[in-house]
Design a protein around this ligand. Structure first.
Ligand code: WT7
Length: 644
């Protein structure tokens, strides 16, 4: 591997690393592969607090797994209480900066107080283990506090990203049959207020299960409060007890449900349970971020996505880290906000997305160069493949050629990192996630399940259950089975294309299903299509991902209109964009809308998305089109330029 494009860790980094040298990695990997029960069992005992020990490490009734059955545990206890008898008691747990520049530093002791109080508030509303809470908040400390309070009582939480619309929120509340919604009056974004409570009000028109709405006051904007249903957090919190013992929950108690886009119009409720999830989030935090006691660690994700769950909240707090949270936009008030934050708080570990990195590249080196970022020791990337040019920029301009970059491949479904470098052990190659982590048996196979030779493209699969894996889809076990475990018997099909090089390194090539990845956010083509056809002017719609310089992919739509719906095309395109924003959320707004007389279909009526993808990529079509119903449609679409 003595290639110019291979970056072995520096001697200096190796010396201080938690896992040192490739032998260190190989020893762990081999032990986990050969004796998974011993491997995970030992870690579970050493690294987590148990009220009661499990009877065995895992149970596997494909595709349903149980980890540490018989055990009693609490995630909130593991993230807070157990640190209170150590030197971490007064350590900053959550280091927060608001977009306007306000700051809060919450110690583990203080976090304990705040979480216990809010857990008692929830109890006071009659909520108990097994109930469900929808959390729709901005990035304020009360968001993790709410989640930890739920976890403390065994209330399953489901965070809905604040960028989702009222419509999207409603379908999630209904699907989960939540008893409570926890929200904010609003959130700050680029100096403007995002009106979260308004969206909650709009969504609750048809949600009979919701008894209470608890509103944390963040922006102070005027909002209506519905008597009996809506309560201010600070009012319920008055005089509440600071003592709230953590419930002793089963290892497999559902910790959270997180909705993610699938290949149909209906989002999937990914179910994560407690013990196995926490163990893998905790271990990967130490292995991949090489976490040290003194580190200030910052993951820039939103807690509305799985990255925030595992690597702002559960992983870092379980490991006793100082986890930083920033409320607002990266370019507010200026494009150097992130670099300012790194300088100000002396951040050591910084974890962000390729889309963010590419937009920093575009803004220019003068922004990071104006700041002292010498505290940085390790960089991370997640959410989408990182192109080597962006990697090199991140390495040179941000890391000053001193900081390893861990490119972490995982998914909402995997719960925790699966393929990623241990930075003191594994030499890096720009654009590759490198090697699987201990306990992860990953391969690249063809449609028959046979291994493909080195450097050939195939499907990424995982062969054995892993602790943080999704246990099922909320109330859809059949769909869980079909989606991930049936196409290739007995193995987990990730939905990504990948290749493995001659050194066994994994290169992720992108989704193989009808899922797009826009700025590291997963969007379903079907979900956007269903949104479009709900508009009165639209007859049919087909949506594909279009390569995009900054966001990786962008949403491109082909739309046929109902008779008489033709008017001003530009105005209609704009209206449809807004419509998608209204139905799903502004982050799903299409970049491009093309109107057409007909969509290219096979004789059986299936829309040929492959052709549409080619059209948006290159404006030309090659390959087999003989099954097309109307060849003219394709040629016309290809000829038409994206004026809209
Ligand atoms: C999909 C999962 C993992 C949390 C954020 C996204 C893509 C994710 C990488 C990476 C290449 C990546 C995959 C995956 N992806 N990380 N390091 N390199 N691709 O979670 O919304 O569940 O999306 O994101 O396509 O399947 P998600």
């Amino acid at each position: 591997m003595a290639d110019a494009n291979v970056y072995p860790p520096s001697a200096e980094f190796v010396q201080q690393a938690n896992v040192k040298g490739i032998e260190g990695y190989r020893a762990l990997y081999q032990r986990a592969a050969e004796k998974p029960e011993e491997f995970w069992g030992e870690l579970a005992e050493q690294e987590l607090h148990w009220f009661q020990k499990w009877t065995h490490v895992f149970e596997w009734n494909p595709p349903f797994a149980k980890w540490f059955p018989g055990g009693k545990i609490n995630a909130s206890y593991n993230c807070i209480d157990r640190h209170l008898t150590t030197a971490r008691k007064n350590k900053v747990a959550i280091l927060w900066e608001g977009e306007p520049g306000d700051q809060r530093m919450i110690s583990y002791q203080e976090l304990h107080r705040l979480v216990c109080r809010f857990a008692n508030v929830l109890k006071g509303r009659g909520l108990k283990a097994g109930d469900r809470a929808i959390v729709y908040m901005g990035m304020v400390p009360e968001l993790p506090i709410a989640l930890l309070a739920c976890a403390r009582l065994g209330i399953t939480h489901s965070v809905v990203f604040g960028g989702f619309s009222a419509e999207a929120l409603k379908t999630r509340i209904q699907d989960l049959e939540a008893q409570v919604v926890i929200t904010c009056d609003g959130a700050w974004r680029r100096g403007k207020e995002v009106r979260l409570k308004d969206a909650v009000d709009e969504s609750l028109t048809d949600c009979p299960t919701v008894r209470d709405v608890i509103v944390y006051k963040r922006t102070g904007g005027e909002i209506p409060m519905q008597a009996g249903r809506d309560h201010w957090w600070h009012e319920l919190d008055e005089g509440v007890s600071e003592i709230c013992p953590a419930e002793e929950l089963d290892s497999e108690h559902p910790l959270y449900v997180l909705y993610t886009s699938g290949t149909t119009g209906k989002p999937k409720g990914i179910v994560h349970t407690t013990a196995g999830y926490l163990l893998q989030a905790h271990m990967t935090m130490k292995w991949v971020f090489d976490l040290h006691e003194e580190d200030t660690y910052w993951c820039t994700a939103d807690i509305g996505w799985v990255t925030g769950h595992s690597y702002i909240l559960y992983g870092p707090l379980s490991a006793g880290a100082t986890t930083m949270m920033y409320e607002g936009a990266p370019d507010f008030p200026q494009p150097d906000r992130f670099w300012r934050l790194i300088e100000k708080y002396r951040v050591n570990i910084f974890y962000t997305s390729p889309t963010a990195i590419r937009s920093f590249v575009r803004q220019g080196d003068q922004w990071p160069n104006a700041h002292d970022m010498s505290s940085l020791r390790l960089l991370g990337s997640v959410g989408e493949p990182i192109n080597p040019a962006a990697w090199e920029w991140y390495y040179k301009v941000i890391g000053k050629e001193r900081c390893p970059i861990v490119d972490t491949w995982w998914q909402t479904e995997t719960g925790a990192m699966m393929i990623a470098a241990m930075p003191g052990a594994v030499p890096l190659k720009p654009g590759s996630g490198t090697l699987p982590l201990p306990g992860v048996i990953a391969d690249v196979v063809d449609l028959q399940g046979n291994l493909v030779p080195a450097n050939r493209e195939g499907f990424l699969i995982i062969r054995r259950p892993w602790p943080a894996m999704a246990r099922t889809l909320w109330r859809e076990p059949e769909r869980y089975k079909q989606q991930y475990w049936e196409r290739l018997e007995g193995v987990y099909l990730a939905g990504d294309a990948a290749r493995r090089d001659e050194d066994g390194y994994f290169w992720i090539l992108g989704r193989v299903d009808d899922v797009m990845n826009v700025s590291g956010h997963r969007l379903s083509t079907m979900e956007i299509e269903s949104a479009l056809v709900r508009h009165p002017a639209v007859a049919e719609a087909a949506v594909v991902g279009k390569p995009h310089e900054i966001t990786g992919q962008a949403v491109a739509c082909f739309v046929t209109l109902k008779k008489g719906a033709w008017g001003d095309r530009h105005a209609l395109a704009e209206e449809l964009r807004k419509w998608v924003g209204h139905e799903i959320g502004s982050f799903a707004k299409p970049e491009q809308i093309r109107f057409t007389d007909a969509l290219p279909k096979t004789r059986s009526g299936k829309i040929m998305r492959r052709l549409l993808r080619e059209i948006v990529t290159s404006n030309s079509v090659t390959g087999d089109v003989t099954t097309l119903e109307d060849l003219d449609v394709v040629t016309r679409l290809a000829a038409q330029h994206d004026e809209d």
